[in-house]
Design a protein around this ligand. Structure first.
Ligand SMILES: [Zn+2]
Length: 226
């Protein structure tokens, strides 16, 4: 029997745990911390912006608001420079609410596009990784985040990069625009996939560890406008 929100609240509200964030290299904050009080569940989910396609910002936006478009997809960026080298948002032209709502042909295109855009973002020098994320609690119109994180800062790895974006001062406008120009230029090139990678050696070091706990919060602020 699945647990209801009320049952979760009754079980957890007095038993919240405090993870050892002071030991996490990627945790962005110092100082005494404690979990916030868990508030009781609502009667229903809060409606997302643009629910049902009504007053949907993405549906109403013109192509000129995007840095790249195709017949079925559009790619935009933030209004202003970000703390991370670049942040992009990919949306289908048509209004869909969940990834599982996409028809198979669009879902197939999406897989190719995610790879193509991730490659394009990696053309920015000194980008260590491109996080491809979907939260979707702010706006209903389906959208994926592409978060470029700076290279060679072990503190910035993993899911807390989304928080570090709000902590790092924004890039100088000119640098940010140069980064966007590199991405646009890469996307204008024919969408040829790279040659297959050689089979990985068994002696290859294991992948870098994930942060101790996933950060599952919705993107702060911007998700409310996307
Ligand atoms: Zn929409």
């Amino acid at each position: 029997m699945p647990e209801t929100p009320e049952q979760l609240y009754a079980r957890a509200s007095e038993s919240l745990r405090m993870p050892p964030v002071e030991e996490w290299d990627t945790f962005p904050f110092d100082g005494d911390m404690h979990p916030r009080t868990l508030r009781s569940p609502l009667a229903r989910e809060i409606p997302r912006a643009g629910e049902g396609g009504i007053d949907c910002r993405a549906c109403a936006a013109l192509d000129t608001a995007y840095i790249w478009t195709s017949d079925n997809w559009r790619l935009c960026t933030t209004v202003n420079p970000t703390g991370l080298p670049v942040i992009l948002i990919l949306e289908p032209r048509a209004h869909y609410g969940e990834p599982g709502d996409l028809p198979d042909d669009l879902a197939s295109e999406l897989g190719l596009l995610q790879a193509r855009i991730e490659r394009a973002v990696r053309t920015i020098p000194e980008v260590g990784r491109v996080h491809v994320c979907r939260w979707g609690d702010g706006s209903e119109h389906l959208h994926w985040w592409f978060l470029a994180r700076p290279a060679r800062f072990p503190q910035l790895i993993g899911s807390f990069a989304a928080i570090w974006d709000d902590i790092l001062p924004p890039l100088p406008e000119g640098t940010w625009r140069e980064n966007l120009a590199l991405v646009s230029s890469a996307l204008e090139r024919p969408p040829v996939s790279p040659p297959p990678q050689l089979e990985r050696s068994k002696s290859r070091p294991s992948r870098e560890p994930s942060p101790p706990a996933p950060h599952r919060a919705a993107r702060p602020r911007r998700s409310g406008t996307r």
